[in-house]
Design a protein around this ligand. Sequence first.
Ligand SMILES: NC(=O)c1ccc[n+]([C@@H]2O[C@H](COP(=O)([O-])OP(=O)(O)OC[C@H]3O[C@@H](n4cnc5c(N)ncnc54)[C@H](OP(=O)(O)O)[C@@H]3O)[C@@H](O)[C@H]2O)c1
Length: 427
Amino acid sequence: MTAPPFKIAIAGLGTVGGGVMKALATRQDELSERARRALLVSGVSARDRKKARGFDLPGWQDDPLALAKGDADLVVELIGGDEGAARALVETALANGKHVVTANKALLAKHGRALALLAEKNNVALKFEAAAAGGIPIVKTLRESLIAYEVEAVKGILNGTCNYILSEMEGSGRPFAEVLADAQKLGYAEADPTLDIGGGDTAHKLTLLASLAFGTAPALDAVQVEGIGHITPDDIAFASEFGFRIRLLGVARRMEDGIDQKVHPAMVRARSPLAHVSGAQNGVTVDAGAAGAFFFSGRGAGEAPTASAVIADIVEAAAGAPGPVFGRPAALLAPLKPADGKAALSSWYLRFEVLDMPGVLAAIAGHLSEAGVSIESMIQRGRAPGEPVAIVMITHEASQAAVENALKAIAASDKVRARPCMIPMET
Ligand SMILES: NC(=O)c1ccc[n+]([C@@H]2O[C@H](COP(=O)([O-])OP(=O)(O)OC[C@H]3O[C@@H](n4cnc5c(N)ncnc54)[C@H](OP(=O)(O)O)[C@@H]3O)[C@@H](O)[C@H]2O)c1
């Protein structure tokens, strides 16, 4: 190898940063051969220098920004967060002509286009394979492989915490809050799980996949987001009776009037590939137009899968030309034109908790019919006398707007106990 060593500075030495340090140390020769240059960690930074980490800290800096101003060829940002230290580090590194590799979906979902412009202006790489679906190489696939035909849709189970919780609820019949508490004890869920269970993390990742798939600037504000906190064991049991499973999906699809981006719990057919993504796994389907449909699954988080994606980006940046960040020059990324997602048609699963008294069913059916929503099938399940009754319906195709209008009227009725639940059926 005649080229000078490729100097790497790593900021953030937690789960992912630690994994990257260990993998670089143990596989240095093999990875350097692939990069056709010796890979050398020349600087590191984190919050606490004294923390025991199990690896050396070459070129330690208390301030991560120093890494962006030093002699490194590439800066790896593994701090996290859409502002603060992470944003300052990435901006400074790119402005100083250094390649950047990051796993930070929140940062890119919010500032992706501006950062891509900065990278391309300075002719350096900005790579983010680990930011969406962890170890699954879906970013590279959408950026470089499935490009010959127009992508019609990308759908993914992109948050392992939510998928773990839904899978556990399915397997054990236990309620959401109990399973979440266990997931926190086992380290599958954060102490503050809001970003995961509220759907925000999935929205960050979906934004990036949509940008790569459709050639639009990342548009986080255009994602309609609903989390999984309202899903009950009943919903999961009913889904199973109808031959479906409930998964939190990020869905981006081309519609006639623009791009529809949504995060929501969805009923997926029990025999579909996404239904078989269980536990903390991730899964992504891509409808690549004439090229057909593709399905990818694997580990979406954790030390080794995420480090695997980061290392692939490092080696690629060390070996070759940077290439446009989102697959097309950032200046050509069109602003995303949001489709009217509420007009999109779907069949719906609806669950009502009602008081068992005459006329309830007729009242629900009446409101649905007034909104133009027709019922395909129904299950009514009684409990002990005097207890509320669950009524579950599957509708024929109807728009989200029509179903929401009907549910608003139904919820206002004194016969319905809780907010009705509506979940789209994925086809
Ligand atoms: N964990 C995963 O499975 C996973 C998967 C995909 C993507 N990601 C993304 O990868 C990034 C890192 O995640 P992680 O799970 O590795 O986080 P983590 O375990 O919490 O590690 C964060 C690291 O950043 C350091 N840090 C925090 N604030 C800092 C500051 N102001 N200046 C310097 N260093 C600072 C911490 O220092 P100390 O160690 O001294 O506290 C720690 O080493 C995030 O963007 C995350 O979204 C993570």
